[in-house]
Design a protein around this ligand. Structure first.
Ligand code: ZN
Ligand code: ZN
Length: 181
């Protein structure tokens, strides 16, 4: 069937690895930098972004594996990634994991990465489903708090509705109003 975007499908299915050897290829310069929008604070990846993990993906060539855009940025502008290190964003919320600005990136050990991943923000970032109602965090139902943590729109709207109902004088909509807080 025509109309299938095979490049996109394979980009989604090939899981990039967060560690391992990666070398910058000068032949990637144009296609890589065309996808970087430099703002005053951060350099935003405008290419493919995986909504589950928030990281940008760079696929240098259609038959090559997708790489994490911020790892490519590191080897592009900083240098080789030290052995047994992963590239982390310096205190960036989930929404800014697409940032590829070299000043925002640092190479840390796996150990440090695990320590950071066990923080409350790290745990929230790993969730794929709302812990309250079980809905998947997707484009439509995910809202971001200023910290970058994700909240489910369905739960948030339910909470707002409950608050409105509870505060409306003379409301007879439900005898169970505001008991689910
Ligand atoms: Zn940044
Ligand atoms: Zn929910």
């Amino acid at each position: 069937m025509a109309g299938r975007i095979s490049g996109r499908t394979s980009l989604r299915s090939s899981r990039p690895i967060s560690s391992g050897f990666l070398a910058w290829d000068p032949g990637w310069t144009d296609s890589f930098e065309d996808r970087v929008r430099r703002t005053e604070g951060h350099w935003l990846w405008t290419g493919y972004i995986d909504r589950k993990d928030g990281y940008g993906r760079f696929k240098p060539h259609h038959n090559m594996r997708a790489e994490l855009a911020h790892r490519v940025a590191y080897v592009r502008w900083i240098g080789p990634i030290p052995d047994d290190h992963v590239i982390d964003h310096r205190g960036h919320p989930f929404t800014l994991r697409r940032c590829v600005r070299p000043e925002c990136l640092e190479a840390i050990t796996h150990e440090e990465n695990i320590r950071r991943g066990n923080s409350p923000a790290g745990r929230n970032a790993r969730l794929t489903h709302c812990p309250k109602c079980g809905n998947e965090y997707n484009e439509l139902n995910t809202v971001f708090r200023s910290s970058g943590e994700r909240r489910c729109r369905i739960c948030r709207q339910a909470a707002k509705r409950a608050a409105r109902t509870a505060s409306a004088p003379g409301s007879r909509s439900s005898p169970h109003q505001a008991t689910d807080a």
